[in-house]
Design a protein. Sequence first.
Length: 256
Amino acid sequence: MKTIIFMHGILGDERTWQPAFPYLPADINAISYRMLGFGENGQNIPAEEFNTAIHAQELIQFCESLKQEKVSIVAWSYSCHVALLAALQAPELFEAIYLYDCIVPSYGLENDAESFKSFSKDLNKMMSPVIKALRTQEDDLIINAVVLACSELKIALADQDSSIQTIKRTNAHTVSRLLTQSEPSKITPEMLEKLAVPCGIYWGENSRAIFKLASQALYKHLPEKFCLNNSGAIPNADHLLPEESPNLFIQHVLNN
């Protein structure tokens, strides 16, 4: 049986992917994974322990504790960089990694002046209302600003399923942690040349520019022999696809 660890993003925890599990093939052992600093008591974790480097080390330690030959990873948004760091540091642990809507401006994106300018412009546009909401210290306003910024259809927090709203309210503190964490560990094109784990890179056709540009930069610089054939844009999808239509996400990424 194939084991797949499902990793959430900001405003998520181990509950995020559970609605997707009924759509998985029968031969998959799915594990919901919670990163350090998320969940019910996540706000009690020191701020300096909330960063991609520590999250990658924790993921490696967790995979080692499973004492299985190899596992696969499905990651979304913030956790894509974490999964990729882990795969570069401990490739022997991973059968494959599947990444949806990367967000870190790395992977060679920073070397492309035009693309990096577009990324920075869209990031500022996205985060301006989020930063404004953070100043209010009102959790629902902060979460709503993030949800609206990630939805091409302008879905608001109140439009989402009540279970999703509950998860996001539990993890409201992670928005400020995202903005104040230490700089994400760089992953250069030269580092990617040494990647030895099969990798699927996906982005929503309708996702905003920051997600598409980061994902496309990674896709461009992955070793061809380790890039899964079904990588690329997912039609009619935006950043919220995994929680708004988990069946479609699973069908495209894991059932192809």
